[in-house]
Structure formats: C-alpha cells, structure tokens
Design a protein around this ligand. Structure first.
Ligand code: UD1
Length: 381
C-alpha cells in the first residue's frame, strides 16, 4: 500500500496529528505514513517543543515555508508540496483542521487526483472574515472522506451538497491528545515558577484565569487590541490572570506601542507553552478567556469554564453541552460572565458524544477500509 501522506503546519495540527499517526501505526495491518511539516509554525516555542512532548516523530519532509501574507504562505506551501506527490505517490492525503497549510495541500492533492481525507471537517462559524472559515469550506469541498467531531458539522456538510456517503462521524482527535497526555501534564506551580511568577499567585483564593488571544479580529487592529487589554485589566482586578502570549499578539502589542498598558496590568505574561505545560495550567485554572478554537474544546473536556472572546463559534457543541460561553468583546458581557464564574454560577457541562479518546482509532480503521475499497474499485480483479 502506498503511504498515507499526513500534513501538519501549525500548532493545533500537531496536537491533532499525533494520535492519528499513533493509530495508523497500531492499526492491524498498519497504514504506512509519510509526515510532511510545511513549516508554517517554526522554532522551539511554536513547533519543536510540541513535537517532543506529543512524541510526534521527526517529519519526513519539512517545507520550511515560514510566515508571510495568506497569499504568499498558501502559494509557497503549494509550490513546495507539489513535487512530493511525484516522490511519494501517496494513496491519500490526510489533512487536519483549518490552517493555511491544510487548504494549500488539499488544493494540490485535488488537482493531482490524490484522494483527500479531512479530519475535523464541517465546522462552520458562518463568519467569512475569518481566514479559517474560508480554509474549512474549500478544504471540505475538495475532500473525499470527511471526518466530523460533532453532529452539527454533518448538517453543515450536507447543506453544502456533500454526499452523506463521504461523511464519517468519528469524534474529536484533539480530545484523544488530552486523554493521552493529561496524566503527564506539568504542574502549574512549576510552570509558573519557571517563568518567575510568585508561588503566592496559586494561593489566591479565587484561583487564576488563563488568557490566550491570537485571532486577527482581536489582535491585528490597534483599537480592538487596546480594548481587549483594557477589559482584561479589569478582569485581572478580580482574579489573577496568566496571559500566554502568541507571537502574533506580541508583535501587535509592540507595533501598536501597547507594552506600557500591558506592563501596568496585574497579569503574568508567559511565552507560548509546551503542550504538557499548557494542559497543567488549564486543568487547574478557575476559568479560561480565549479566542482559540482548540481551547474551547479542551476546556469542555477538562470541565473548566471557558469565556470565548468572539461573536461566534464553529464549535457549537462546546456551548450547548460543554463549558463554553460566547462573550464577544463587550466589556460588560465579559465582566458579567467572569463574575458569574467567581460566584460559582458557571456551566458544569458534559462530555460530548464520541469525545472519548478513541477518535483516531475509529478514523484509522475507517481509512483502511476506504482506501482498500477504492483500490479494489480502480483495480478490479
Ligand atoms: C495560525 C492559524 C490559526 C491557528 C493558529 C494557532 C491560519 C490562517 N491561521 O494562526 O488558525 O489558530 O495558527 O497558533 O493558518 N509567528 C512566529 N513564529 C511562528 C509562527 C508565527 O513568530 O512559529 C508569527 C509571525 O509573525 C507570523 C504570525 O505569527 O506572521 C502569524 O502566524 P501565522 O502562521 O500566519 O498565523 P497564526 O496567527 O499563528
């Protein structure tokens, strides 16, 4: 069997691909794989350390595309990825999530006649100003096997004309990673101490909140970012905050000269964290304030209240069944939600269907049968 070509590019992809590679290797018979890293995220904090803690094997190929505008990044991934189809003759391409690398490689494979499996398909925010929404819609349109994490995703795909026969409700590989790693999570205390945060921080009777922000709508615009930081300053007066700073956000803070504002806030700022450090910080947090997609899911499984600083979510199950509340960017709505958590009036949430730590195994099993059916159809005996 020719290899399954698996692509990762940015941080959330690494977390989703790790359980898939393990499941493909342990499926009997095993599915051979080639791992391609586009290099969209790079360096120790954003890439290398995650490979290490997730026990992701060294990529067979690193395309080293680095950062750039969406057009440049997407085009460069396509240009560098295309020759790999000739070198490896993959039986299929497996892409995860919704980053630029996901769409770029899917487009190449579609035009080269390589079947595509998309893991985490069908999620829709219905907000086309989000680059990820464009990536999701287009990747799903060219995919042949679509693995979904929640039932709403199936409805979205059917509405876009995708045949039911191509859709598989498999569960959430992001949760597989949490299940696999939680017992090895680093102590929050040690992580904070390592970054010079006083131990008394964790003794605060309120606990602490974790903050991450990186969506262009919150951080690429000076007014929006200043507003977010202002509100976070008010939240920090109620509960100590640990702000884990994405490089995109750090760059904007520097560019808009917002460092003095941040420095004046009672907030502990940490650089991007490894996966086990992040899990440890999240698991002990009283609440999480974020605009990340992955954190909305991770907090649901950990039972930690999540306040999402966005107007919409492509992951509605985290709101309907999990611990997620959409608070947008409105100051009063955010402070009201924070106060509700502090008064013990947060959602308890429950674990969504098939978020059981075994999604990757279901996907590997389905993929094996799908690929075999395909090869029988193209080479009838
Ligand atoms: C990307 C994904 C987003 C995902 C996020 C997770 C797209 C469109 N966006 O956003 O969906 O939630 O990853 O982190 O694919 N940078 C570094 N080092 C790096 C990577 C980036 O310093 O290793 C800086 C660069 O200045 C770069 C900026 O961050 O220009 C943005 O990086 P990019 O990969 O374009 O998008 P993210 O904001 O990370």
């Amino acid at each position: 069997m020719n290899p399954v070509m698996c692509v990762v590019g940015a941080r959330p992809n690494f977390i989703k691909m790790a359980p898939l590679l393990r499941a493909m290797a342990s499926h009997r018979p095993a599915l051979p794989t080639v791992l391609v890293h586009t290099g969209q995220h790079y360096g120790n904090g954003m890439s290398d350390q995650l490979f290490e803690t997730l026990a992701l094997r060294e990529p067979d190929v690193n395309l080293q595309v680095g950062s750039g505008s969406h057009a440049l990044q997407t085009a460069e991934v396509m240009r560098r990825f295309d020759p790999l189809i000739d070198s490896y003759k993959p039986s299929c391409l497996t892409v995860v999530g919704d980053v630029n690398s996901t769409l770029a490689c899917a487009l190449v494979a579609a035009k080269r006649g390589v079947p595509i499996a998309h893991v985490e398909s069908g999620l829709r925010s219905r907000d086309r100003t989000m680059p990820e929404e464009i990536n999701r819609i287009l990747t799903d349109q060219v995919s042949d096997r679509l693995y979904t994490t929640e039932r709403a995703a199936i409805t979205n795909l059917l509405r876009e004309g995708i045949s039911q026969k191509r859709i598989v409700f498999a569960g959430n590989v992001m949760i597989d990673s949490v299940a696999h790693s939680l017992s090895r999570a680093c102590s929050a205390l040690e992580t904070l101490n390592k970054h010079g945060v006083e131990a008394s921080f964790l003794d605060d009777p309120q606990g602490y909140g974790v903050v991450t922000l990186h969506r262009p709508s919150n951080v690429d615009d000076a007014t929006a970012l200043r507003h977010c930081l202002g509100v976070l300053g008010e939240v920090a007066a109620r509960i100590p905050l640990v702000f884990i700073m994405h490089p995109r956000t750090q760059e904007s803070i520097t560019r808009f000269a917002l460092e003095p504002l941040l420095a004046a806030m009672p907030v502990a700022v940490l650089p991007p964290q490894g996966y086990l450090e992040m899990l440890g910080l999240l698991a002990r947090a009283r609440m999480v304030l974020t605009d990340s997609g992955g954190l909305q899911e991770e907090t649901t499984i950990l039972g930690v209240p999540c306040l999402t600083l966005r107007e919409n979510t492509e992951r509605p199950i985290t709101v309907e069944q999990g611990t997620n509340t959409l608070v947008g960017s409105d100051r009063d709505a955010i402070l009201k939600a924070v106060d509700a958590v502090l008064r013990g009036r947060s959602k308890r949430g429950r674990i969504p269907e098939l978020w059981d730590g075994h999604a990757a195994e279901r996907i590997a099993a389905d993929m094996y049968h799908w690929l075999h059916t395909q090869s029988r159809e193209s080479h009838p005996s």
